[in-house]
Design a protein around this ligand. Sequence first.
Ligand SMILES: [Zn+2]
Ligand SMILES: [Zn+2]
Length: 290
Amino acid sequence: MQESLDITPEAVNQAAEAMIAAKPAYRDLIAFYGRIFAAQEDARQRIRLEPVVIPEDLLAIRRREQLPLLPVSEMAYDPAAAGVLLGKICRIAVDSGTGLSNSARILSLKSAGMDPLFRDFLNEDESGMTRAAAGIGVDPQALAFFLYHSLRPALRCCARQLSGFLTGAPVWEQGYCPICGSPPGLSWLEGDGQRSLFCSFCWHKWPLRRALCPFCGNRDQERLLFLYSDEEPEYRVDACASCRKYIKTVDARVLARRSYPPLEQIASLHLDIKAAEQGFSAGIPVSPPF
Ligand SMILES: [Zn+2]
Ligand SMILES: [Zn+2]
């Protein structure tokens, strides 16, 4: 089944309902993230970004050296839209009654002055973020969660604009995102078995050969392993015996329900547990703060 990241909020809800029917053990997790992703798809339609300009000479160097187009710190976002979305996501988290509810309640009272925090987050300024979290009285990990999810639709819009710079570029054979340089969060098989990776940060999707570890570049087929179970033919774990990292893979060719890749990535924690039991570690942080 063909996936798309750019779908309507209603379609996100339908994907969430189909997932809950197939995986009832994840009901609460899927319902929570489904509401957040639907709010993001709704927000995406109103985001206005100034196009990012990359000078020709810099672009030529980055293409030649297989460097990502832009550091995360320079990605564009819409502060007003991010602020509005933050309020909505806080309300969803308060309603959820999860471990995030308390931080959400505190953050939702802080209606102004969030823009420097969005900037600190993109600058990966950990000490600034820790200070800010302490000042507000919220957990730093929860703060990062709310900031990221409020920025995510803009990051995707920005990545889409930037992807225009990749047209005609040499084939990208790296395991990190050609747009922002972040590691992949999910692997996707479709069509005639072509593999693509989704960036864990900007969700840009890029094709990458199957026999290649995206984390260490290992191409030795003998050292690339697959963990799977017959009960879930749509999922597998691609693990690397060289760097001991893994990435979760969705085989969209056998997925019979509507899907939304970020939901598949979250509601498959049993695969993370299985990989950890075999001694592999995730290429990106596993547990969503929930
Ligand atoms: Zn990216
Ligand atoms: Zn590896």
